[in-house]
Design a protein around this ligand. Structure first.
Ligand SMILES: *[C@@H]1O[C@H](CO)[C@@H](O)[C@H](O)[C@H]1NC(C)=O
Ligand SMILES: *[C@@H]1O[C@H](CO)[C@@H](O)[C@H](O)[C@H]1NC(C)=O
Ligand SMILES: *[C@@H]1O[C@H](CO)[C@@H](O)[C@H](O)[C@H]1NC(C)=O
Ligand SMILES: CC(=O)N[C@H]1CO[C@H](CO)[C@@H](O)[C@@H]1O
Length: 249
């Protein structure tokens, strides 16, 4: 299989300084490249299909679908007073995106990426109990979300550190921030109110009419989870490869 050959190549090519050779699908960009941003953008786009399938050599699990174990949102404020928990979250098509802007500032070690996802779907188990705008809401079952026209901005601040394993400078993520804007969302919750079909239909219509309010509620928890996933992927690559390998002079 392709992966085992890659793995073999990786293991065989570990050089004296403990730095494995970069997998061949990695497009390398040079620090002094006058079109560095363009190169890095291409490099990232080239990596996407591999991320989707997972990169076992780098311990990166398949990202299609993107899996999030759990996101809780307990909130009592304004018109919402609710305890909720979403588990086994699967996000399909999250990396089916277009890079709109890619900007790396070397002096600040800062990266800013703006992306657009035309459509993606999210499925999870849910638990909900509380009130939204005076209406009682309770249920435990499966939830599905369809999101359209999603813009998001990813800001990452790196910091260099000395890695004893390679005896070289590496990057790690110091701060990662994700902010998104959703133009349209369609949600369906099954098994609301112990399976009362009429109440369930009424509530689903209500939720779809008020999704912006609900999205604002779950936004912080979701952003934190998605940020952690990105951070883990990036840090996994960066602990293996020194700056001079990833971004040679
Ligand atoms: C939210 O509430 C649920 C149910 O009461 C509880 O199981 C969960 O631990 C709470 N989560 C947080 C982050 O407070
Ligand atoms: C949420 O859970 C906490 C305990 O975990 C409980 O004190 C609180 O009343 C619950 N809120 C709602 C809206 O169910
Ligand atoms: C989401 O879209 C799919 C088709 O892509 C459809 O089958 C499904 O019913 C939709 N779900 C919701 C919650 O809108
Ligand atoms: C992957 C990840 O960061 N999961 C976290 C998502 O957020 C919940 C709390 O809201 C944590 O319990 C998970 O560990």
């Amino acid at each position: 299989m392709k992966y085992s050959i890659l793995f073999f190549t990786l293991v065989c090519c570990i050089s004296g300084n403990n730095v494995p050779q970069l997998p061949s699908f990695f497009k390398i960009c040079h620090r002094k490249d006058p079109y560095l941003n363009k190169c890095m953008k291409e490099s990232m786009e080239q990596l996407k299909p591999y991320l989707n399938k997972g990169i076992p050599e780098l311990n990166i699990p398949p990202c299609e679908p993107l899996y999030i174990d759990r996101a809780d949102c307990n909130q009592t404020s304004g018109s919402i007073s609710i305890n909720s928990s979403f588990t086994d979250i699967q996000i399909f098509n999250a990396f089916n995106n277009n890079v709109k802007q890619f900007k790396y500032e070397m002096e600040k070690n800062e990266l800013k990426i703006k992306q657009y996802i035309p459509h993606f779907e999210m499925y999870s188990k849910y638990y909900l109990n509380g009130k939204i705008m005076m209406l009682p809401l309770s249920g435990i079952g499966t939830a599905s979300f369809n999101l359209t026209d999603v813009d998001y901005t990813l800001k990452i601040k790196f910091e260099p550190y000395h890695e004893p394993k390679t005896n070289q400078e590496h990057f790690r993520v110091n701060d990662l921030n994700i902010d998104y804007n959703i133009r349209n969302l369609h949600v369906h919750l099954d098994n609301l109110f112990n399976g009362d079909k009429i109440l369930q239909e009424v509530m689903n219509v209500f939720l779809n009419n008020n999704w912006k309010l609900i999205m604002n509620e779950i936004k912080p928890a979701l952003e934190e989870n998605v940020s952690n996933i990105f951070k883990n992927i990036i840090d996994k690559i960066f602990t293996i490869y020194p700056i001079d390998t990833l971004l040679p002079p």
